[in-house]
Design a protein around this ligand. Structure first.
Ligand SMILES: [Zn+2]
Ligand SMILES: [Zn+2]
Length: 159
């Protein structure tokens, strides 16, 4: 994640114009961990920049994603969701409330695929699908006790 000055420098390196709108959109994305939609960012940026349009926000996010200044999380979601964190990390996706939770876990960053695929891997992101804690508890109030027994050696988990 870049600070504002680094973001400005990175834009210039990619040949992108640095506009006040772009900075506002970037700032609004990187300060949250919710992986918001363009519309959510739009509502937030609008408070500070009332004349901005949803189309501009959407186009800006797409441009930033094309240049790897942010990333996009789309699978399982009807609307693109954006991520200001471009470090390698993985996601827990709740199938019920569509929440996306980050997992930064070194052990997941060093997976190998079988050599015979001949595939040159440039990166990957793991998406765990299931229910977040709140949704799991709504489904089954005893969920935590059951899962504590069956998953005793799970070393990572979201909130
Ligand atoms: Zn959920
Ligand atoms: Zn993320």
């Amino acid at each position: 994640m870049l600070n504002v000055q680094e973001f400005i420098d990175a834009c210039r390196e990619c040949g992108l114009n640095v506009t006040y709108q772009r900075i506002l959109i970037y700032k609004s994305l990187v300060k949250t961990k919710t992986h918001p939609t363009a519309e959510e960012i739009y509502h937030e940026v609008k408070a500070e920049y009332p004349s901005i349009s949803l189309a501009t926000v959407y186009k800006t996010l797409e441009t930033l994603a094309e240049h790897d200044l942010i990333s996009k999380v789309t699978p399982l979601h009807d609307l693109a969701r954006y991520d200001g964190d471009t470090e390698q990390h993985h996601h827990l996706v709740c199938l019920k409330c569509r929440k996306i939770i980050d997992i930064h876990e070194e052990a997941l960053n060093n997976l190998k695929v079988p050599k015979e695929t001949g595939f040159k891997i440039e990166g990957y992101r793991i998406q765990f699908e299931g229910l977040c804690r709140q949704c799991a508890l709504e489904d089954d109030p005893n969920w935590e006790e059951t899962s504590a027994k069956s998953n005793e050696d799970t070393t990572f988990c979201g909130k």
